[in-house]
Design a protein around this ligand. Structure first.
Ligand code: BG6
Length: 477
């Protein structure tokens, strides 16, 4: 179903994110028929470029990042929706011309795909030159600040020009199909929710493992590290969706109120319960410090931590979070590990077994539920875990292939005016409020991350974090 006609202005349209994600995503929505005929996408950036030059750039970007399988005619058709205006984000150049391109009476959205230091001047000019009104929407990208103070400042700046209902803060993990599935699994089934608490759940593991290095983003990443880059936002969102109370409705503030309560109920993390790592070099490749061109860097490319949510539902159930680059596999997974049965009628020789519900976010999206059955054969009542294994691709067939990527879905939600999958300002601030003391503690103690081998599961200490508690991480495959 096509969305309403819109004008979407992308500031920073020549940048990496626009070329890799935003524009190819819009193209795929065009191919799926969701973009109305009179939708218009206007690139805006510092570089001087004609409409045609911009279209050529977008054509190249889609060829490179668009994921293949499309007709050239479709690409030509999409490019007709595009235009470009050169603007000076901090001056007056280009703004009147950009305004002339906008049409009255349509949905109007402005995507800030630029450094946060420009949010203020863009917002001010959008209002000052009369491009934006109380109905317009602005989309902002992470990093949304680098700590609580800077996030507050950004929120204040945006609030000077826009209402909270106009601001769409992107965390692309919320746009992932399987992340939304977490809510469907929890709140659409009777099976899980009655067991979803500290009485039945031993612990929960959230892993977002990547095989990639920091690549060409060294200068950003070295100022950020895994805590700011992944934990404060993506892992935090996963934690919220797994731990929150059922919202009354699948509506923006119902969902976001519940997420906020989870973040606010998080205990400060004991520094003994956090492990930082940094990938070392090996025979084949340089290590993190060479990648970021900073021989003394003490920024972490890996974090593992244990945290607690102090509320009625979760008191006593630890949550273990880990994420890192250059690990042995690309695997994002949430594992809900249930407690042992209270008494084994089969005696000590049968072994102890646990139910584990694992939700694979990527790749091979799906779910497995480990259940205990009898080991086949005459050898008495010995128990064994087997997995009820469901891959969404197998279960859903061709429907699973037509799933929009996170950015596509989120941009369409902006046009529809649905904020459910976007972070509210207070949520982001609460997340920083929790992460800030962790990062400050590292700095205060002069902590140096533990080196780990590329292609491993992270530093040994991360394994110990679990072993000390008599638990173990699930294998990264
Ligand atoms: C980004 C981080 O937000 O998420 C990157 O800045 C990270 O460092 C990426 O690689 C991971 O996203 P995905 O969708 O590939 O899991």
């Amino acid at each position: 179903i096509p969305v309403d006609p819109f004008d979407l202005v992308i500031f920073g349209a020549t940048g990496d994110l626009a070329r890799r994600k935003i524009l190819p995503g819009l193209f795929r929505r065009f191919c799926s028929g969701q973009m109305p005929d009179d939708a218009r996408i206007i690139g805006a950036a510092r570089t001087e470029m004609s409409d045609d030059e911009f279209r050529d750039m977008v054509r190249d970007a889609i060829r490179e990042f668009g994921g293949g399988a499309y007709e050239d005619d479709a690409l030509d058709g999409f490019l007709l929706h595009l235009g470009y205006e050169h603007i000076d984000a901090k001056g007056d150049d280009g703004w009147e011309a950009l305004k002339r391109r906008l049409r009255d009476g349509l949905v109007r959205a402005f995507y800030f795909s630029v450094a946060p230091s420009l949010f203020g001047s863009l917002a001010e000019r959008l209002r000052g030159f009369g491009l934006a009104d109380d109905e317009s929407r602005v989309v902002v990208e992470k990093p949304f600040g680098k700590d609580l103070e800077s996030a507050r400042a950004l929120n204040r700046t945006l609030a000077e020009h826009f209402h909270e209902t106009q601001i769409y803060r992107i965390d692309h993990y919320l746009g992932k199909e399987t992340v939304q599935n977490l809510m469907a699994v929890r709140f659409g089934n009777m099976l899980f929710e009655p067991l979803w608490n500290a009485q039945y759940i031993d612990h929960i593991q959230i892993t977002v493992a990547e095989t990639v290095s920091v690549g060409g983003r060294g200068s950003y990443y070295d100022q950020s590290g895994a805590m700011r880059d992944m934990v404060q936002n993506h892992l935090m969102q996963l934690l919220c969706l797994i731990a929150m109370e059922p919202p009354a409705r699948f509506e923006p503030d119902s969902v976001r109120d519940e997420k906020l309560k989870v973040i606010r109920a998080l205990d400060p993390v004991d520094y003994h319960h956090i492990v930082r790592g940094q990938y070392a070099s090996d025979d084949n490749q340089p290590g993190y410090r060479a990648h970021v061109d900073n021989p003394r860097s003490v920024t972490e490319s890996f974090v593992a931590l244990k945290c607690h949510i102090s509320n009625w539902r979760w008191a006593g159930t630890p949550f273990y979070l880990r994420t890192g680059k250059m690990l042995k596999g690309r695997a994002s997974e949430i594992a809900v590990v249930f407690k042992d049965a209270p008494h084994s009628i089969f005696g000590p020789d049968a072994g102890t077994h646990r139910n584990v519900l694992a939700i694979r976010l990527q790749p091979n999206e799906g779910m497995t539920l480990d259940v205990t059955i009898k080991e086949p054969g005459p050898g008495g009542m010995r128990l064994k875990d087997v997995a009820l294994d469901m891959s969404f691709a197998d279960a859903l067939g061709p429907d699973a292939e037509d799933v929009p990527d996170a950015y596509e879905r989120l941009i369409m939600d902006v046009i529809r005016g649905n904020q459910t999958l976007f972070m509210r300002g207070d949520e982001v601030e609460a997340a920083w409020n929790w992460t800030d003391p962790i990062i400050e503690g590292w700095t205060r103690r002069g902590e140096v991350p533990k080196p780990y081998e590329p292609g491993s599961s992270g530093p040994e200490d991360a394994l110990m974090l679990m072993h000390r508690d008599g638990r173990r991480w699930r294998e990264i495959k």
